[in-house]
Design a protein around this ligand. Structure first.
Ligand code: ADP
Ligand code: MG
Length: 698
């Protein structure tokens, strides 16, 4: 048994491996590429590739793959072996710089949202040297970006990398204004907490809905759900514990800093949190984490459900995106400082985030929109679909007093805060000052964006967050660079921005109806579904924003919007068909055999003679047959709703139809089936029930 430090990163071609194995000048050249984005000389790339290959082969690899993240939300890989033929019918293992840097998978079978018609079907993958190569299943995996031949991004990584650079540029301008000449790079740091469910694999395999859609489309509540609140942070059950231990080890080998694990609110629900890292690495690692979770679960006879809402009636799963900015010298820019200057800097970044979130509520909302997450947002568990910021009372008071030029009555007594001159009062990072209902919460030295769904890549929300914050910082830098009196202008700016955007700040309970009304009064957006928010992606001002910074071109925005809507429509379509299938092939037959048994029972009792009651059987049969008629009608209506899709050719219109017609009909259909389930004998019911699933792992 090796120790954790021995195990950690053994499957990663990381900085230590590079340093140990590469010639010194090659290592230095690669380091420059990794840190400053300098292009790599082809000669150097050859040396790197060869060293990587030797290392991979020593670790049992036979193949390599460019590993990328197309718009279908999962990762893609195409494996090539290292073999190269030699005279005498032999082979050697080879890997060139060219193969490392660029790959050419056929792009035509990946979602491209209309880019295909105007561009070639071919696409290419390009090495992202800032994310380490790693070994998975005997293949050397090289993290890459995926583009069309015209250079259009076809993946989640490319725009994310662009947005990181844009934010770096604008944040540096701000730092220079504060007299910081040393910082060369500002990085976005992210820690993504991942929620998931574990159920027994055998039970999973018995449910068509889980297999095809990742969530249950039917299911009555069992006698016990999450009402006892006995699962959150509860003792981890032995089988889960063995799984988690194995998972940690697999992640550590891949250099993923898996740190915290605990039970979540719903039975069968758990969470894993890594230590934060640079956002593009965090994004790659979160994709890997989800993949490894599924694999390790299968090894233990379990199934890991990553869907946002696998079960009605108990909490769904999300992903908390902890986001901050950090300089190359390790300074967290969202950490309130202990000098007037660092405090002023903190307040400026904070103000920028407040303005960005308020101005671009639509973009943040759509960055987390998906068919799965629609079932979660707005329920009484996840944040509501309304975007707001939680700052905590103390920080809000500070900003209020700045706005009103009033005395701040903090712990140090009364004082008027003068930005750039005074020190902020101590802001305690108090765990009790947490608000679990807020979609976007300040947690002491970072923001926690809580609306992300558990399945989706964190790439898009972070790309959008980076871009909107960069845009506001750019505006501030333009203004402050011209200022005659920096401190005066700074204070003025913070005061006015806060006054104009403080409507986005809400420290109360986001789950109440009161908040929905209040938010409406404040003019905040409440975009309930994907159909409501996704079309806003291609609003002219949003396109202009992405274009201005070169994060996404007009074509790319439109294609992304299109792909997201298509995904949504397809998901709903598959769910509707699965429902039909389960009703016809499973639920109706089960009801029939149960009713047949009951009627046989009645005949038997009748044969035996007078005095024997068959009232129970008869009542049950009556109830069930009337429900089966109801279910039949709902099924017919569902079929009609599905065929209605065919008449709609416009993707956006279809999105609307899915949300307003198809989904509504699916819910009505489900409601009837869920009344039937508790009435039918367990041995007759065709698939495992909620109770079986939720409490299946011990
Ligand atoms: P909790 O939210 O449970 O109190 P923490 O605040 O310690 O736990 O961290 C939650 C997540 O936030 C972890 O993944 C952690 O690595 C991440 N995190 C902590 N600091 C930062 C930061 N500066 N930037 C980004 N993520 C961070
Ligand atoms: Mg958290």
């Amino acid at each position: 048994m090796s120790t954790v430090p021995e195990l950690f990163g053994t499957l990663v071609f990381n900085d230590s491996v590079m340093k140990a194995r590469l010639p010194k000048d090659t290592y230095q050249a690669l380091k420059m590429t990794r840190e400053n984005g300098k292009p790599l000389d082809p000669q150097v790339a050859n040396v790197v590739a060869n060293t990587m290959k030797d290392w991979a082969v020593e670790n049992g690899c036979t193949h390599f793959t460019h590993w990328f993240q197309p718009m279908n939300g999962i990762t893609a890989e195409k494996h090539d072996s290292f073999i190269s033929p030699m005279a005498g019918g032999k082979v050697i293992m080879e890997f060139s710089g060219k193969e490392l840097i660029k790959g050419e998978p056929d792009a035509s079978s990946f979602p491209n949202g209309g880019l295909r018609s105007t561009f070639e079907a071919r696409g290419y993958t390009a090495w992202d040297p800032t994310s380490d190569a790693f070994i998975k299943d005997g293949s050397l995996c090289i993290p890459t970006a995926f583009c069309s031949y015209g250079g259009e991004a076809l993946d989640k990584k490319t725009p994310l990398l662009r947005s990181m650079n844009v934010l770096n540029e604008q944040a540096l301008r701000i730092l220079r204004l504060f007299g910081d000449q040393k910082t060369q790079r500002v990085n976005v740091t992210v820690g993504a907490e991942q929620e998931y469910f574990l159920i027994d694999r055998k039970l999973f395999e018995e449910r068509e809905d889980l297999i095809y859609t990742g969530r249950t489309l039917f299911g009555a509540m069992p006698p016990k759900g999450q009402e006892m609140e006995d699962h959150y942070f509860g003792v981890i059950k032995p089988r889960v514990s063995v799984f988690m231990k194995d998972l940690d080890e697999e992640l550590w080998k891949l250099g993923i800093l898996a740190k915290t694990k605990h039970n979540e609110v719903a039975p069968g629900q758990h969470e894993l949190a890594p230590i934060f890292t640079t956002v593009n690495v965090a994004t790659d690692q979160n994709q890997l984490t989800m993949e490894i979770m599924k694999k390790v679960a299968a090894k233990h006879g379990l199934s890991c459900l990553l869907h946002e809402k696998p079960f009605n009636g108990v909490n769904g799963s999300g992903k908390h995106d902890n986001w901050s900015l950090s300089t190359d010298r390790g300074i967290n820019l969202l950490e309130p400082g202990d000098s007037p200057r660092t405090n002023a800097r903190f307040l400026l970044f904070l103000t920028a985030i407040i303005e960005a979130v308020d101005t671009h509520q639509d973009l943040l909302r759509l960055s987390v929109a998906s068919a799965g997450n629609d079932h979660r947002l707005g329920g009484n568990e996840a944040p509501p679909a309304i975007i707001s910021i939680f700052l905590g009372n103390q920080l809000t008071e500070v900003l209020d007093s700045i706005e009103k030029k009033e005395e701040y009555k903090g712990s140090q007594g009364k004082s008027v805060l003068t930005i750039g001159v005074d020190v902020l009062p101590n802001l305690p990072k108090d765990a009790t000052d947490r608000n679990r209902t807020s979609p976007f919460a300040f947690t002491g030295n970072k923001f926690e964006f809580r609306m992300l769904g558990s399945t989706v890549s964190i790439g898009c929300p972070n790309m959008i967050l980076n871009t909107i914050v960069a845009d506001v910082l750019c505006k501030y830098a333009d203004r402050l660079e011209k200022a005659k009196d920096f401190n005066y202008e700074l204070e003025h700016l913070i005061r006015h921005v806060y006054r104009d955007h403080k409507r986005i700040i809400f420290n109360g309970d986001g789950y109440t109806d009161g908040w929905v009304k209040e938010a409406e009064k404040r003019g905040l957006l409440n975009l309930a579904t994907t159909a409501d928010c996704m079309p806003l992606y291609r609003k002219e001002e949003n396109i202009k924003l992405f274009e201005k910074y070169g994060v996404l071109s007009r074509m790319e925005v439109c294609s992304r919007c299109e792909i997201q809507m298509e995904n949504y429509n397809k998901q709903q379509h598959i769910e509707a068909l699965t429902m039909e299938d389960m009703i016809q092939k499973q639920i109706f037959p089960a009801m029939c055999s149960y009713m047949k048994m009951l009627s046989e029972e009645i005949s038997l009792k009748k044969q035996i003679g007078a005095g024997i009651s068959y009232e129970v059987e008869e009542t049950l049969i009556k109830k069930l047959s009337s429900l089966s008629v109801e279910l039949f009608h709902e099924l017919e209506a569902l079929k009609k709703a599905v065929s209605g899709e065919q008449k709609i050719t416009d993707v956006e219109e279809l999105c609307r139809y899915c949300a307003d017609v198809l989904l509504v009909q699916m819910e009505k259909t489900r409601a009837v089936a869920d009344q039937i389930e508790p009435l039918v004998g367990k041995t007759y019911w065709p698939y495992p029930c909620y109770g079986d699933l939720l409490f299946s792992v011990n």
